[in-house]
Design a binder for this molecule. Structure first.
Ligand code: SF4
Length: 261
C-alpha cells in the first residue's frame, strides 16, 4: 500500500505536523533510523505489562521482568548488529548512547516489577469487548475527517460505568490527541460511555490525572487527520527544524537539521 493511500495513525499525524520532512525521510525515503534505547525500553515495558495483564495477573513480578529483559536484550543486540557504534545512538540528556543502553535496562526492570506490584494493589479492571476479549493492545480502525485512522490502545479499563482508555508511558512525551482519538474510536466502535482517559507513568509508578475527553469533537479531530492526509497526498512535506531535531532519528540524513535549536 502506498503512503498516499494507507490508513493514518496518531503517530504518523503528529510526526507530520511536527516536521513533515521527518515523515518524508522516514516513511517515503525509508531512511534507516538511528537506534535509541528509549524506543527499545518502551516496547519491552509494553510487552511485559501486556503479558502480565494477559496472565490475568497471575504472573509474578520476576517472570514479568524476564519478559522485559529478554526483549530488551534481543532488540538491543539486533540494533547493535546494525549500528555497533553506540555514540551514533540517540540519547537524551547527559548520557552517552552506551550509558543509556545500560541505564535503561536496569530502569525498565525496576519499572516492570513496580507495575506488577502497582496493578496487584490497585486492581484496575480491564474492560472486555462484547466478544469477551480483554481490551489489551486493542486494534481499532475508524473514519475521522474522511480518513481511515487505525491504531492499538494499550488498555481500556472500567471506571464506574464508563470505559477509560489508558496509555502506558515510559517517556515523558504525552499526547492528548492520542487519548482523544482513542476516546472517539471506542465510543464509535463499541457504543460505550467514555468520559476521560489517562496515562500510567512508569517513571513515577502512578497514574496521571484523568484527561477529560469532552473538549474536542470528532469533527475537530477529523480536521487534523484530513489536513495531514491532504498534505501527504499533495506531496507537501515542510521541514520544521527546531528543538525536536535533537530527538530526530533521521537527522543524519537531513539537510535542515538544526543543532542550535
Ligand atoms: S532533523 Fe529536524 S528538520 Fe530534519 S527531519 Fe528531523 S526534525 Fe525535521
Amino acid at each position: 500500500m502506498s503512503i498516499e493511500t494507507q490508513p493514518r495513525s496518531v503517530s504518523q499525524t503528529e510526526q507530520y505536523e511536527k516536521c513533515g520532512w521527518r515523515f518524508y525521510l522516514q516513511r517515503v525515503e525509508r531512511v534507516t533510523p538511528s537506534p535509541a534505547a528509549w524506543s527499545i525500553h518502551g516496547r519491552a515495558f509494553h510487552s511485559a505489562a501486556e503479558a502480565y495483564e494477559k496472565s490475568d495477573r497471575t504472573m509474578s513480578a520476576e517472570e514479568a521482568v524476564v519478559i522485559f529483559s529478554d526483549e530488551y536484550e534481543a532488540e538491543t543486540n539486533k540494533a547493535l548488529d546494525e549500528e555497533s557504534n553506540t555514540d551514533r545512538w540517540l540519547s537524551a540528556g547527559r548520557y552517552s548512547g552506551g550509558e543509556d543502553i545500560e541505564r535503561r535496562y536496569a530502569l525498565g526492570q525496576k519499572q516492570t516489577a513496580y507495575y506488577v506490584e502497582w496493578a496487584k494493589e490497585k486492581g484496575p479492571v480491564i474492560w472486555k469487548t462484547p466478544d469477551g476479549v480483554p481490551a489489551l493492545e486493542l486494534y481499532f480502525m475508524v473514519e475521522l475527517g474522511g480518513v481511515q485512522v487505525r491504531g492499538y490502545i494499550d488498555q481500556l479499563v472500567t471506571v464506574k460505568d464508563a470505559v477509560r482508555p489508558r496509555d502506558l508511558k515510559t517517556g515523558s512525551m504525552k499526547s492528548k490527541f492520542q487519548l482523544q482519538t482513542y476516546g472517539i474510536a471506542v465510543r464509535e466502535l463499541y457504543g460505550v460511555e467514555v468520559n476521560d482517559a489517562d496515562w500510567y507513568l512508569a517513571k513515577d509508578g502512578r497514574l496521571s490525572r484523568p484527561v477529560k475527553l469532552d473538549q474536542v469533537s470528532a469533527d475537530e479531530l477529523g480536521e487534523r487527520y484530513a489536513a495531514m492526509d491532504a498534505g501527504v497526498k499533495a506531496g507537501s512535506f515542510p521541514a520544521r527544524p527546531g528543538y525536536d531535531c535533537r530527538f530526530c532519528d533521521v537527522a543524519h540524513a537531513c539537510s535542515f537539521f538544526s543543532a542550535k535549536s
